[in-house]
Design a protein. Structure first.
Lengths: 321, 321
């Protein structure tokens, strides 16, 4: 899960010199941000610093990252005509800086821990394009998929093709595994997921270079887990809204799972954090194929000490098993 | 589910003369709003017009309904000291207008359709008090429950006691059944629900006048359904994020279910609405104990004709079974 960010003083220091987009586009700075949590937290993997919307810039929709508000799309994509007017995405010219950052991080890590790459899943990326930014109930996205299903599928095709290339480019640059973030897919009914999302996520996952593990993650997905598993992934990410043992049973024990501490729990006392980490490990039952993680990204107001305490606790309790 | 609101021209006309709070506090106007959808839509039940936060006004937290932003709490409740400083809630003096509206609607309906009363569940009401308004990730609410569990339980005790009295007051005024809205409880991990929420919701449900059916509703609850069932209710409300047959199996067929069309589906074509309604009825399988409903309230931009088409379709398809 995203482990760089504003809760780290060294990240905040860099952000005083660079805007968010400048950070993403500067391979040196992005590599530095990627490496920051490794020493500080003692985590077992590095997460490439990037944003899931970087690859949509070439579409010509007017992407900006406004301070405090997150991504804003000046010209939302809400019709077949809008989809037809999109410029093509050439991944190599769109995000060379991401690949360069991956190469630098891989070199700097020297195999100490693996580097994890990532991309947004077609649905979640499309939801920003259609809504024009973040959303609460995804009304425009659903309205578009219901009203113009063919245009919706064309849009998701464009995104899934670009996303697969993007992830394979990261892999060529050194990342050892990739995570696909379908962060907002939990807004959908299972049948809508099956009809409008699953085929495209499956296309992305099938196109990933063979042998590279894929983590498939979303939030609010307790009712979608069997379908997400059907879409693919070697590891299914669980958020905290489902008990880890129930979630694992639902996706099947022949697939690995990742999760699932509520990020807000890191605001509780270290003793409470320990109790919760132990509970998750207990539910995992020492079975191989559990990747301990948060159920979503680290919150900005999280004390760094608490994150470190969590990592240490998980290492200690896992070693005992 | 809430069926009055801005999508109805007759509601918008009333809102030109009254603010939202004025509407709630005026028994004549509230009764009129309650009755508006009955003829227009042909629904099988009337939903009392009110707001889940009306009963917290006596607490002295500075509740206001700002235009466009929803409820705002000027002095959020975030500590044991804040809880200790709350003024008591005397339901009879706090919301006499709700009871009066219920009496007028009951009289006007003359038994044609039942009147359904409602209240917010303790967690959802508390989340507004703690956050100071609507929230996306409920960080302050969770932080409070983790940091000061005793104060949290005291707060929820105050709310559950007032809520039970509030619902029993509505019943005394004529409502035939009640719905408890735990709209935002889906933000919680199952263990947090069990520890911090379930006992209080159960207290409310247990205190309801015997023989009056209770609908227990939340959104994003696919991972919480067994625990919500444990908390109580004759009918468990399902949102659209779980397939109706799966949700019903999860809560058990010895309890009734309500749901579960995505409100956004009402923006689709009438043919698509019909297809989706038929699918939900198919999943219910003609089993007694399914209350067809939306998975949440009607959206403001919904065409009234589409709502009417849904009601007609459900009546037609149900009669065929």
């Amino acid at each position: 899960m995203r482990q760089a960010g504003r809760y780290l003083p060294e990240y905040r220091a860099l952000r005083e010199r660079f805007s968010f987009l400048e950070l993403c586009r500067n391979p040196d700075a992005a590599a530095e941000v990627t490496l920051q949590p490794i020493e500080r937290l003692g985590v077992d993997g590095a997460i490439l610093f990037a944003d899931i919307l970087l690859i949509v810039e070439p579409l010509g929709v007017g992407l900006e990252f406004s301070r405090g508000e997150g991504p804003v799309i000046a010209r939302p994509v809400r019709s077949a005509a809008h989809v037809a007017a999109l410029s093509p995405i050439d991944v190599e010219t769109a995000v060379p800086f991401v690949f360069e950052a991956a190469r630098r991080v891989t070199r700097a890590l020297g195999g100490r821990v693996p580097l994890i790459g990532f991309a947004g899943a077609p649905f979640t990326v499309a939801s920003y394009l259609v809504e024009g930014g973040a959303s609460r109930d995804f009304v425009e996205t659903k309205r578009f998929m219901y009203a113009e299903p063919e245009a919706w599928h064309r849009l998701l095709n464009i995104l899934s093709t670009a996303t697969a290339r993007y992830l394979n480019g990261q892999i060529a640059a050194g990342v050892a595994m990739v995570q696909i973030f379908d962060s907002w897919v939990g807004a959908l009914a299972p049948d809508d997921y099956r009809a409008y999302v699953l085929p495209h996520t499956r296309d992305v996952i099938k196109a990933i270079s063979p042998g590279v593990p894929v983590i498939h993650f979303g939030t609010g997905t307790a009712g979608l887990l069997p379908l997400m598993r059907e879409a693919g992934g070697d590891v299914i990410g669980l958020d905290w809204r489902v008990a880890l043992d129930d979630g694992w049973r639902t996706v099947g024990h022949d697939v690995a799972v990742q999760g699932n501490l509520d990020p807000v729990a890191l605001l509780a006392s270290p003793a409470e954090i320990r109790r919760r980490a132990a509970d998750i490990l207990e539910r995992a039952g020492g079975r191989p194929g559990h990747v301990f993680n948060l159920g979503h990204g680290v919150l900005q107001q999280t004390p760094v000490d608490h994150v470190r305490a969590l990592v240490d606790t998980v290492h200690e309790l896992s070693a005992r098993r």
